[in-house]
Structure formats: structure tokens, C-alpha cells
Design a protein around this ligand. Structure first.
Ligand SMILES: Nc1ncnc2c1ncn2[C@@H]1O[C@H](COP(=O)(O)OP(=O)(O)OP(=O)(O)O)[C@@H](O)[C@H]1O
Ligand SMILES: [Mg+2]
Length: 223
């Protein structure tokens, strides 16, 4: 069994998750942050996503997003299976070798979207994710918060199954994210995601100042 990662004492990796509603800019900002952290920290950076960060995960993503309607428990278990495999096969090994891992969505997506109106309780969805990941929390979670009209204007016309949801659902999801962030300010950073791509990236970098790990030591240098 993999060791449980404990706040503040786990070295040497650094684990960042991006959260937020559809069209808030997660994929765009995760990539830009990855480039910057690679340069700033001199570490290996892995940018990945959920669902679908692995080969098996791609199959699960296809089933969740593009197949028939499914029971909420089936859906929750498919997301949990994707997350379990993602952590075990990609995220934890990368952290163990000292990489920065940036994931575009993680367990808070399951909990926040659950709060938006599907049938299961937020607590049970969170417990399922913690079980699936051996309790692996991100070092920092970046919430890209933006009003619904702005994010809707950024979304493509051909929406997938989960994106074809009504505005009140999206509002409840946004509220759930903000509630979770307020309850755990040690882990969450809330970023105003309105404005240009560069504006948002600058806010993210500023907010991470003081939270980043030390740069990698040059090869051969003693600790
Ligand atoms: N600050 C911004 N201003 C204008 N357009 C943006 C901004 N950020 C991202 N975009 C554009 O909006 C679209 C959605 O952005 P992106 O894919 O990064 O969002 P996302 O949060 O990953 O969405 P999803 O949840 O659907 O994957 C993209 O076409 C992207 O280029
Ligand atoms: Mg995206």
C-alpha cells in the first residue's frame, strides 16, 4: 500500500489541482502554470487531467461523458476508478520522484458537482474519493471563480453530456466550490478568473508566492 501523504511533511513532490466550472479556464491556466513552474523551480512538471489522465482513464472518461445516462452511483464509481488509477499509476509515482504535478480537476470536482444536484451526499462522494486515492490531498487547490455569463461565453457550442446542464445547477456547483474553499483556506486559493488569460495567470502566480517548494538543487549538490 502506498504511504498516506501528510500535510506539510511530504517531500519531495508538489501537487496542485485546478478546480472551477466549465469554461472557467482550468485547462488554459494549468498549462501556463506548468510552463512557469518548470522554469521557476527547475523541476520536472507533469500536467494532467481528470477524468482521462491515463489510458484506462480515457476509456472511463468516454463512458462517463459520452455514453448512456447512468445511475449516480455508477457515475461516482467510474470517476472514483479513474481517480484511483490516475493517482496510483501517474500522480503518486511523479510526486515520489520529486516532480510538480498539476491536475486539471481532482476530487473537489466530484464533490462540488455532486452538490449541484445529483443524488448522492457530498460527504459520501468525498469519502469515496479519499478511499480511492489513499487520502492524497493536493498541496494547493486553485479555484478559478467566474460568473456564469462569462464562463458560458467561453464554452464551445458542441457541449458534452455534463455540460448540457441548466444555469441553476451551475450556480449550485459554483456555490459549493466557494463553500469548500472558505472552509479550508490552507489548501485553497480562490482566483478571480474574469479578464484576459494573462491577467488570470498573473493572479495565480502572485497567489502562489510563498507557497511554492524550494527549487530543485543542481545535480550533484549535497543537501
Ligand atoms: N481569460 C480568458 N479570456 C477569454 N477566453 C478564455 C480565457 N481563459 C480561457 N479562455 C478560452 O475559453 C475556452 C475555455 O477555456 P478552458 O478550456 O481553459 O476552460 P476549462 O475550465 O478547462 O473548461 P472545461 O471545464 O470545459 O474543460 C477556451 O477556448 C479558452 O481559450
Ligand atoms: Mg478543460
Amino acid at each position: 500500500m502506498a504511504a498516506v501523504r501528510v500535510w506539510g511533511v511530504t517531500e519531495p513532490g508538489y501537487f496542485v489541482s485546478f478546480e472551477g466550472g466549465d469554461g472557467s479556464g482550468k485547462t488554459t491556466q494549468a498549462r501556463l502554470l506548468g510552463d512557469w513552474l518548470g522554469q521557476t523551480l527547475g523541476r520536472d512538471v507533469v500536467v494532467t487531467r481528470e477524468p482521462g489522465g491515463t489510458f484506462l482513464g480515457l476509456e472511463l472518461r468516454r463512458l462517463v461523458l459520452h455514453s448512456e445516462d447512468m445511475d449516480p452511483r455508477t457515475e461516482a464509481l467510474l470517476y472514483a476508478a479513474d481517480r484511483a488509477h490516475h493517482v496510483a499509476s501517474l500522480i503518486r509515482p511523479a510526486l515520489d520522484r520529486g516532480a510538480v504535478v498539476i491536475t486539471d480537476r481532482y476530487l473537489d470536482s466530484s464533490v462540488a458537482y455532486q452538490a449541484g444536484g445529483r443524488e448522492l451526499g457530498e460527504d459520501e462522494v468525498e469519502r469515496l474519493s479519499l478511499w480511492a486515492t489513499h487520502g492524497l490531498p493536493p498541496d494547493v487547490t486553485i479555484l478559478l471563480d467566474v460568473d456564469l455569463a462569462t464562463s458560458a461565453a467561453r464554452m464551445p457550442a458542441d457541449l458534452d453530456r455534463l455540460e448540457r446542464v441548466d444555469e441553476s445547477f451551475r450556480q449550485r456547483t459554483r456555490d459549493a466550490y466557494l463553500r469548500r474553499a472558505a472552509a479550508d483556506p490552507g489548501r485553497w486559493v480562490v482566483i478571480d478568473a474574469a479578464g484576459t488569460i494573462d491577467d488570470v495567470q498573473a493572479r495565480i502566480r502572485a497567489a502562489l508566492t510563498g507557497r511554492l517548494p524550494a527549487p530543485a538543487r543542481p545535480e550533484g549538490e549535497r543537501p
